[in-house]
Ligand binder design. Structure first.
Ligand SMILES: [Zn+2]
Ligand SMILES: [Zn+2]
Length: 55
């Protein structure tokens, strides 16, 4: 469970990795975070939808 809710228009993974340092602390000092690299290279596959107009 993320500490903060992901705001609309943000990538859930990038948001969680940016705010939950424990995710990256599990990596070795020189180890890259694969999901973060993937989003950096390929872009974020899915963003949290904005709630306007949908309800
Ligand atoms: Zn990461
Ligand atoms: Zn992302």
């Amino acid at each position: 469970m993320p500490a903060k809710p992901v705001p609309p228009g943000e990538c859930p993974q990038c948001w969680q990795h940016a705010h939950d340092k424990s995710i990256h602390r599990r990596l070795k000092p020189r180890e890259d975070c694969t999901p973060c690299i993937d989003h950096m290279v390929n872009g974020c596959p899915s963003l949290v939808p904005k709630k306007s107009r949908w309800f």
